[in-house]
Design a binder for this molecule. Sequence first.
Ligand SMILES: *[C@@H]1O[C@H](CO)[C@@H](O)[C@H](O)[C@H]1NC(C)=O
Ligand SMILES: *[C@@H]1O[C@H](CO)[C@@H](O)[C@H](O)[C@H]1NC(C)=O
Ligand SMILES: *[C@@H]1O[C@H](CO)[C@@H](O)[C@H](O)[C@H]1NC(C)=O
Ligand SMILES: *[C@@H]1O[C@H](CO)[C@@H](O)[C@H](O)[C@H]1NC(C)=O
Ligand SMILES: *[C@@H]1O[C@H](CO)[C@@H](O)[C@H](O)[C@H]1NC(C)=O
Ligand SMILES: *[C@@H]1O[C@H](CO)[C@@H](O)[C@H](O)[C@H]1NC(C)=O
Ligand SMILES: *[C@@H]1O[C@H](CO)[C@@H](O)[C@H](O)[C@H]1NC(C)=O
Ligand SMILES: *[C@@H]1O[C@H](CO)[C@@H](O)[C@H](O)[C@H]1NC(C)=O
Ligand SMILES: *[C@@H]1O[C@H](CO)[C@@H](O)[C@H](O)[C@H]1NC(C)=O
Ligand SMILES: *[C@@H]1O[C@H](CO)[C@@H](O)[C@H](O)[C@H]1NC(C)=O
Length: 788
Amino acid sequence: MAPRLSACLVFLLILVLSLQESPLHAADTLTAEQPLSADQKLISQDGKFALGFFQPAGSSSRWYIGIWYNKIPVQTVVWVANRDKPITDPTSSNLTILNDGNIVLLVNHSESPVWSTNIVNNTIASSPVAVLLDSGNLVVRHESNTSEVLWQSFDDFTDTWLPGNKLSRNKKTGVIKRMISWKDRADPAPGMFSIQLDPSGATQYILLWNSSSVYWASGNWTGNTYTGVPELSPTNSDPNSAYTFQFVDNDQETYFNYTVKNDAQLTRGVIDVSGHFQAWVWADAAQAWQLFFAQPKAKCSVYGMCGTYSKCSENAELSCSCLKGFSESYPNSWRLGDQTAGCRRNLPLQCGNNGSVKAKQDRFFMISSVKLPDMAHTRDVTNVHNCELTCLKNCSCSAYSYNGTCLVWYNGLINLQDNMGELSNSIFIRLSASELPQSGKMKWWIVGIIIGGLVLSSGVSILYFLGRRRTIGINRDDGKLITFKYNELQFLTRNFSERLGVGSFGSVYKGILPDATTLAVKKLEGLRQGEKQFRAEVSTIGNIQHINLIRLLGFCSEGAKRLLVYEYMPNGSLDHHLFQNNSAISSWKRRYQIAIGIAKGLAYLHDGCRDCIIHCDIKPQNILLDMSFTPKVADFGMAKLLGRDFSRVLTSIRGTIGYLAPEWISGESITTKADVFSYGMMLFEIISRKRNLTQTETRTEIFFPVLVARKLVQGEVLTLLDSELVDDVNLEELERACKVACWCIQDDESSRPTMAEVLQMLEGLVDIEVPPAPRYLQVLAEGAASKT
Ligand SMILES: *[C@@H]1O[C@H](CO)[C@@H](O)[C@H](O)[C@H]1NC(C)=O
Ligand SMILES: *[C@@H]1O[C@H](CO)[C@@H](O)[C@H](O)[C@H]1NC(C)=O
Ligand SMILES: *[C@@H]1O[C@H](CO)[C@@H](O)[C@H](O)[C@H]1NC(C)=O
Ligand SMILES: *[C@@H]1O[C@H](CO)[C@@H](O)[C@H](O)[C@H]1NC(C)=O
Ligand SMILES: *[C@@H]1O[C@H](CO)[C@@H](O)[C@H](O)[C@H]1NC(C)=O
Ligand SMILES: *[C@@H]1O[C@H](CO)[C@@H](O)[C@H](O)[C@H]1NC(C)=O
Ligand SMILES: *[C@@H]1O[C@H](CO)[C@@H](O)[C@H](O)[C@H]1NC(C)=O
Ligand SMILES: *[C@@H]1O[C@H](CO)[C@@H](O)[C@H](O)[C@H]1NC(C)=O
Ligand SMILES: *[C@@H]1O[C@H](CO)[C@@H](O)[C@H](O)[C@H]1NC(C)=O
Ligand SMILES: *[C@@H]1O[C@H](CO)[C@@H](O)[C@H](O)[C@H]1NC(C)=O
């Protein structure tokens, strides 16, 4: 048996090795002899970037050639070759470089490429190669002479601006480089929005819609920033800034360029499908991109943001609303944050009387205090009545406005905006008569419309505010839970493509709202509870608010699907920082503050809120850290949500065992003191930054808590202070923390303090006696040792 097994293993090993060798094209260079096929990729020398065939997340049948970040778990494409010419079958395709220096994408053994670099006159004598550089730039150059460059992807922007690249205007040739947004998040074809330098020669960048309408300009460069982007200026003069940038304006060309001082820091600028120019940095701890800059700040200034027959309001999180008499063209995408399709009429216009005897005329509905829509036509008439008639006469006229000048609009109204400022106007929207209350006389009709308009516009805003919670904008202050639809969450999480982690009761996914707010969406598994009870429990949890508790923002309960939506914590879990990434919380002071914060959160859960909540699953994975490392207890209320299933789930999870109080195993009833025990176990880990329990294939060791307990009894806790604990440790706090932790893990729950007492002890408000060594832990440790 044994020899056969080992022969088998050797065979497997060889198989694995040989499998790994053949498809990996682990080089950074594409040569004429070695085309790149679907299962291969080029990797830049430092491993940061990869080039190859890819499918955008959310697209199933379209393949592209692109460059992406190779070392991060989130698909982030920075360049696409064949952005509007996808291929369907990568297995019959390859990317190759021809002898004339052109890189071509070939399909079905056809000679004519789907995509090509289109180099016309090769200036390189021989041996062109394509190299993927560490900057993310793909360069076609002479095999040995690196300065003979024929083509580079940096000159061929998609939607991303990487450090070191130049979005330039060439003064000699007049060529202006331009970045164009993707069509949507799953389609890299050119979309509606672009950014480029101002062709007029001004030293500013402009954002354009459909390559024609400028909707934002940065303002001219002043020497260290743009007039419209003052926040850039301190960054440039700060020697500690992570970036350096420069605006170059010489005889040849004009451009802005930037570099990152720390080469390992990933950063990129993007013209997003929402029409915003955004700058993102990769946060290693959170394993996620973080937005640090976005323009334009005024949402309504993004061209066509709300589509046609819709009004944009700046002072609201969800900005668009359909005009009276209109409804969303695509209610689904509208609710999911894409309103660019706008609204359409509920009832068709009569437009004349269609020859019928008593047909109704179309009428107008007034909206006041607005910034008028784009594309108005001036009509030469002298009073408001004639202006209205002018509009009525033309079936495609959709609105008019009169302020001394008669303005009319044909077909769709776009970029109508709420405006409280001086330039505000009133506009009259043409509607089918049946949309408006019938009234006999013209004059009364006008008065009626004006009063109706006032009432309606306040009505609309009330409805709007009521509606806001139902829609996807999130108001963090009002505390009401949002009920999400499953397909909304599917959309926000890009079909659950980005998993943040796996918890005890399901996986957590990242979701992004249209306004770039990030969410954590938890898909609950194994929940057998009815809808009514689930809603009741969820609303209890939603009512609990404390700085050290994670906020529940909303939920979804549809059929058997149960999801919870939480605020997103950019710094990830305490677990990650304690055991994997030591830098961020290496300072003792920060860790002590974290311990106190968690104690506050738990004390609040136990005594502070109306219904006492036992967390039941305190462990470092369930403590999340926000931007400033304030700890937030996550996953509370699960015990209530899961009911009887809870302890079954809990005790069947290996990783949790080290934190569970003895009463879980003995089957006694669980009180808040079970949380105190778990907190104590976790406090040891916060102190030592080592796992209490190490489990290998053969043995389990419970080291630190047992050691501390012994040393405390012997009065020698300070001998623990070796290289494992950092040098900025406060001795008094260390001793206090050790004693507290040891009290928390007492066998008898009545000996353990309450969380409120823990807090007082940690804050140094009460003296702490020396705790006795807990038996349970010793037994557990001995039992574990004897198993080996
Ligand atoms: C390649 O061949 C497949 C199947 O024969 C066909 O469906 C596809 O359209 C072809 N692609 C191109 C680009 O010709
Ligand atoms: C690459 O693709 C082209 C066109 O399909 C084909 O002619 C060529 O043989 C392929 N080369 C390799 C090495 O597969
Ligand atoms: C390429 O070279 C040919 C012949 O020298 C010349 O006629 C043509 O204008 C050149 N094309 C470009 C784009 O430089
Ligand atoms: C490399 O190419 C540059 C530009 O074409 C040329 O000036 C230089 O002499 C070349 N160097 C070598 C070593 O061939
Ligand atoms: C920006 O610069 C251009 C030319 O350099 C100038 O014409 C324009 O007036 C400037 N804009 C502002 C707002 O100063
Ligand atoms: C965008 O511009 C092109 C030409 O400039 C025009 O034909 C097209 O209709 C425009 N698209 C939209 C949606 O207005
Ligand atoms: C910008 O580009 C110029 C010329 O390529 C270069 O000298 C300069 O160092 C670059 N500056 C930054 C901040 O990248
Ligand atoms: C009136 O005529 C127009 C154009 O012929 C048509 O689109 C519309 O539906 C008709 N309206 C009614 C109420 O019949
Ligand atoms: C209505 O106005 C549009 C735009 O000015 C024009 O093209 C059209 O001919 C007009 N229709 C009538 C019936 O006057
Ligand atoms: C009326 O509106 C137009 C366009 O907004 C503006 O140019 C004009 O100055 C306004 N006239 C008066 C009298 O307010």
